[in-house]
Design a protein around this ligand. Structure first.
Ligand SMILES: Nc1ncnc2c1ncn2[C@@H]1O[C@H](COP(=O)(O)OP(=O)(O)OP(=O)(O)O)[C@@H](O)[C@H]1O
Ligand SMILES: [Mg+2]
Length: 655
């Protein structure tokens, strides 16, 4: 898309008025033609792994054309020699030969048709795999900027256009060239004047084709882009259906879709109109040539310089030219579609992943979990810096809690650790190794993530839990589920762990989904754990369950947790307060409270009331282990002060 758009833009900006600019225009055309040829060559190169069937197609094409060309020659012989000689056997032989040639032609035409379609399917299969594989390897930054609908249309519509280009464009063009060439040579041998008339049509047809192609090309590029845009509209409103319904915006969405759909229809119609014009023009050119040949041929026959048989053969040959020329209109269309779709597909394939393993990258063994951020700054793309000079030293097994207003950069900071993005300056190390110097796979095996928005696959509960570990045993899955406080729930489901959780796991509640995500990460048994708001947006009791699960998960691992819950924060070894991408305060719960800065304010506003709530939940929740009872007692003992604080907080608010 990117390449195509820039070419289209280039085309628009050229004005032909001044001499210098005209030169520029020629230069631009040359460049654009070069780029086009490169795309065609790349599509043709896709045939390389299937060279045998491709060769078979070419052989069939050659033979079917050859047999087709024999027939008029045989006809001429029948008229000129067979009829004159008066031998029935000669006629019978000639008729048999004509039949045989026609049958052979049919057979090889079938071979050519079947093989060309077959190789196009093989190419489409390869291309789909290639693009999909590449999309999997592309970095976060690419996926941040791409629309799912556009990518999906490349995977489907564009690949289909490239597939069709092979039998409908490339092969038919080849057929036209071969037929034209062979007939020209044959005509040259029969009568040079007639050959000359036929060859006269070449520049006319070429000019027509180029003219139409030039106008068709941007149109088809627009059609493919709009098809992608329509896909985006569709994908967005379907996957956001709950929001659409909640805001009663069905009509708005329908209208949005209709507008895009209409635009696409208009573009398609415009392209079709242009394509449709093309064909009658070509046929007209062909008819003019036929008339010319018959007329000139007639004159020559009358002058006794040409036999009637030869004239019949010549007209037969001209008629044979009809079918490739008639399809030439469509050939041009498929060439342009192949070009625009090829441009879009290769645009994706040529995008290099911005995060790649360094040459000779080390494989990170199981880590102890010593994580350091050293003077780390970061900006998304070319945007403004969102993290400034961050320093963190997380010792193995420590819990680092991150606090800060929304948009302060907590998630961004955590995404640098598994190297979803590369730092702009400074470095992130794990056990002393710069994350840019180890393989991504080994790094990510050691860093477990529970992301802010949980995504589950359309599969069973078991498959979702074991997503990161291909050969996980039943026991491992159940253990992970137990730690994530998911096991009881799983057992209560009709099919247990084999329950299908539906598209995007919609049959699960928010809290259940989060616990699946925790179990999934836990199964990896990573040395470093990242929990980005793993307890957001769930009810208080579920949150308590998740919190319990998390406590178990965090044991013995270096954990980074975006915390909004006091329980986690209080147990953290280090608390970092982020503000606008800077660490503005750091310390433990006690030291930060004593400091009396931003943390104290946050604590007063948000955290104190949780203490009271937790005490209530703990008192009423039946499954308490010793550890929790202790915190329960602690929570109860602070209840008195909580009450006082509540009043204090109200004062704060009224003020
Ligand atoms: N993919 C992205 N591309 C460009 N900018 C981004 C991207 N993701 C986040 N940002 C910007 O970076 C800044 C920090 O965002 P981040 O998601 O790290 O905040 P956060 O602290 O996690 O917030 P929250 O508490 O709401 O999750 C924000 O200004 C945001 O607009
Ligand atoms: Mg976040």
């Amino acid at each position: 898309m990117v390449v195509g758009q820039s070419t289209a833009r280039k085309d628009q900006f050229v004005t032909p008025s001044i001499h210098g600019q005209r030169k520029h225009k020629i230069f631009v055309y040359l460049e654009s033609w070069q780029a086009s040829w490169r795309i065609y060559l790349r599509i043709i190169a896709l045939l390389r792994p299937h060279w045998l069937p491709s060769l078979g197609t070419l052989v069939c094409l050659g033979l079917s054309t050859g047999f087709a060309l024999i027939v008029p020659w045989l006809l001429a012989w029948v008229i000129d020699v067979g009829v004159h000689s008066g031998h029935f056997t000669d006629l019978l032989l000639a008729a048999g030969a004509i039949l045989l040639a026609s049958a052979s032609r049919g057979l090889f035409a079938y071979g050519q048709g079947y093989l060309s379609q077959a190789i196009s399917c093989l190419v489409a299969y390869d291309l789909r795999n290639q693009v999909y594989d590449h999309l999997q390897r592309l970095s976060f930054s690419f996926h941040d900027e791409s629309e799912t609908g556009q990518l999906m249309s490349r995977m489907t519509v564009d690949i289909e256009a490239v597939r069709n280009f092979i039998p409908m464009g490339l092969l038919r063009a080849l057929l036209a060239v071969v037929t034209f060439g062979a007939i020209s040579i044959l005509l040259l041998q029969l009568d040079w004047r007639l050959a000359l008339v036929t060859l006269l049509s070449v520049p006319i047809l070429a000019l027509l084709a180029v003219q139409v192609a030039r106008r068709l090309r941007p149109l088809w590029l627009q059609v493919q882009n709009e098809t992608g845009a329509l896909g985006t509209v569709m994908q967005e409103s379907l996957s956001g259906m709950r929001v659409v319904k909640a805001f009663a915006r069905e009509e708005f969405e329908t209208e949005k879709f209709e507008t895009k759909n209409r635009e696409l229809r208009e573009l398609n119609l415009a392209a079709m109109r242009l394509s449709a014009w093309n064909q009658p023009l070509m046929v007209l050119a062909l008819n003019v040539i036929t008339v010319l040949v018959v007329w000139i041929g007639g004159v020559v026959v009358i002058g006794h310089r040409l036999s009637i048989g030869t004239l019949v053969a010549v007209t037969q040959y001209i008629l044979l030219l009809g079918s490739p020329i008639r399809t030439l209109g469509y050939v041009v269309t498929w060439f342009m579609r192949g070009l625009s779709s090829g441009t879009r597909i290769f645009g994706v394939l040529d995008t290099e992943p911005s995060i790649i393993d360094a040459p000779g990258a080390l494989v990170l063994p199981r880590v102890q979990g010593h994580v350091r951020f050293e003077h780390v700054s970061f900006a998304y793309g070319n945007g403004t810096e969102v993290l400034h000079d961050i320093d963190i030293d997380a010792r193995p097994g420590q819990v680092i809690a991150l606090l800060g207003a929304t948009g302060s950069g907590k998630s961004t900071l955590l995404h640098l650790l598994p190297r979803f993005y590369d730092v702009t300056s400074g470095r992130v190390t794990v056990d002393g190794q710069d994350v840019r110097k180890v393989t991504q796979a080994s790094l990510r095996r050691n860093v477990g993530l529970v992301l802010q928005d949980v995504f589950l696959f359309n599969a069973t509960l078991r498959d979702n839990i074991s997503y990161g570990v291909a050969n996980a045993t039943e026991e491992q899955i159940v253990t992970a589920a137990k730690v994530a406080r998911l096991h009881d729930f799983a057992c209560s489901l009709p099919d247990g762990y084999d329950t299908w959780v539906g598209e995007r796991g919609v049959t699960l509640s928010g809290g259940q989904k989060q616990r699946v995500a925790i179990a999934r990460t836990l199964l990896l048994d990573p040395g470093i754990l990242i929990l980005d708001d793993a307890t957001s947006s769930v009810d208080m009791e579920t949150e308590y369950l998740i919190q319990q699960a998390l406590d178990a998960v965090m044991r013995g691992r270096t954990t980074f947790v975006v915390a909004s819950r006091l329980r986690t924060i209080k147990h953290a070894d280090q608390i970092l307060i982020l503000e606008k991408g800077r660490v503005v305060e750091r310390g433990t719960h006690e030291s930060l409270l004593a400091y009396g800065g931003l943390y104290t304010r946050l604590y007063d506003l948000q955290l104190r009331e949780q203490e009271e709530f937790e005490a209530r939940v703990l008192a009423s929740y039946p499954y308490r282990d010793k550890d929790e009872q202790t915190s329960n007692r602690k929570a109860k003992s602070t209840k008195q002060s909580t009450d006082t604080v509540d009043t204090g907080e109200m004062r704060e608010v009224t003020r």
